[in-house]
Design a protein around this ligand. Sequence first.
Ligand code: HEM
Length: 508
Amino acid sequence: MEPILIAIFSLIMLMVYFLIIKPLVPLLLLKLQLGDKAILMFYPIFGFLGVLTKSIQINNDLMHSINHALRKNPKAKVILSNHLTKPFIMLTGSEYIKDSFLDHHDYEKMNPFMIPSFLQKGLVMSEGESWKRQRKFLGTAFTFEKLKSRLPMMNKVIEYISENDDKSHLNDFMARITGEVVIRSFFGELVEGFQLEGKDAQVALIQLTGEISIMQLQSAYYFIKYLLFKDRMFEVFPCKKEKEILRRVENIRMKLNELILKRIQQLKENPVQDQEKMVFLDLYVTEYLKQQKQNEQQIDLEEILHQFITLFFAGTDTTATTSGTCLYYLAKYPEIQSEILEEVNQVVGNADINEDNLNKLTKVNALIQEVLRLRNPAFVTLFRTVKRDKQVQDIKLKKGWALVQMQNASSIQDSHFDNATEFNYKRWFDKGNVVKNDNGYINIPFAAGPRNCIGQHMALMEAKIIIALLVRKYKILLNPDVQEVRFGVKFLQTVEPDNCLFFKKRIQ
Ligand code: HEM
């Protein structure tokens, strides 16, 4: 009996050491050093994700606990938490965030997909020279000037999907629109009627990427596997669900590869001459063929495929959730909805949204800015690992620690916005003086620095058209059967439940 008891005792002591003492001691030392500048939110095993989950359970709002702590202690520059056995540093002070964004080479992003064959070689995950080359190459395609040729396509997609979707699931409805826009922006006419797994391509991709990204939040088994093995988690003792996901990933990869190869063949025989008409794939294939001719191959098929998945992953749910949250606020505040409808009728009338009227939708723009300030779906950046011991302002970070930037932390402080926690879209009408004590890193919903969001113009363009066209066509109402609307998390900050809104067709 005794040896068994000793073994159990030793196991418990080991667990206490790894799960509590090991991450907690450096956090306590940091707290001692930083005093008021640090808030300690230690939560054994689950860390930051445990804080969010508890905040949803108690307050119906994933950000409540963190925002409450930050407002109570406006001097705080950092939240100290844990990620299983490691210290987890959440930067909240704008100077700290600035330093870490500028020194981006010192941090490695953790792949949120855990499947390296899907995203790893694209812009979000790549590093060093490969990231620099991709950023430069794609940067030219994401300017407003280049994107404006997509406006007719966006109008068409929104019209079609809003007419045909049953609109009973807000986030699905929005993601069908934004997913289709990304697919068409990448592949153009090549994807007409394109299906994956017997479904419309964007539906299959949304389902798959959604399932993968929330797996770790759904069961402790996946969560601990993710913390232990990261992007190798699917390789280690895969369960039935993981094997099924890997099969779907392979199937989708194969279908996308066929599409890319088809375009390579088409452009070999018949190159596109007009740069303005090129979708993202055409830009890639043209460069790929040019490099092949010059024997200087840098882009390969795998990169093109990963880039598509990257843009789909980065551009679909983010824009969908932002638009969905805007619609929720319009339902909650009917007077704002009337003001927005009046603007749309005056500026756009019955026409499509084009380059001229898009920029005159100042109230629609103000609504989106306010949602991004207060309810940014990307409430923190992707998790990072610190690559080497380094200093950020007065914090000494150790190699291997986990870190995120809370890019909206300053947005809820009265020192930067009047009545900061109040939803007031009118604050954005006065363009000049919205942000107080601004150092350029206070209102940064799309992050900042060299690795800021490359798709921000596209996101704003899409969200404006979605809101304008939907408000013109439908009266947006809160579903009376839904007792409580909450801000939860489906990888991103999301309005829940999914059936919280009604869309009642307006009499034309
Ligand atoms: C409202 C919608 C959006 C929001 C709030 C948003 C937010 C962000 C944020 C915060 C980052 C930095 C992430 C990090 O460093 O961990 C980022 C990066 C990125 N976003 Fe967006 N995004 C949106 C829409 C889009 C769209 C529409 C696309 C493209 C179709 C896109 C493509 C990207 C890419 C490729 C990166 C990585 C850039 C790099 O590392 O160089 N995003 N986004």
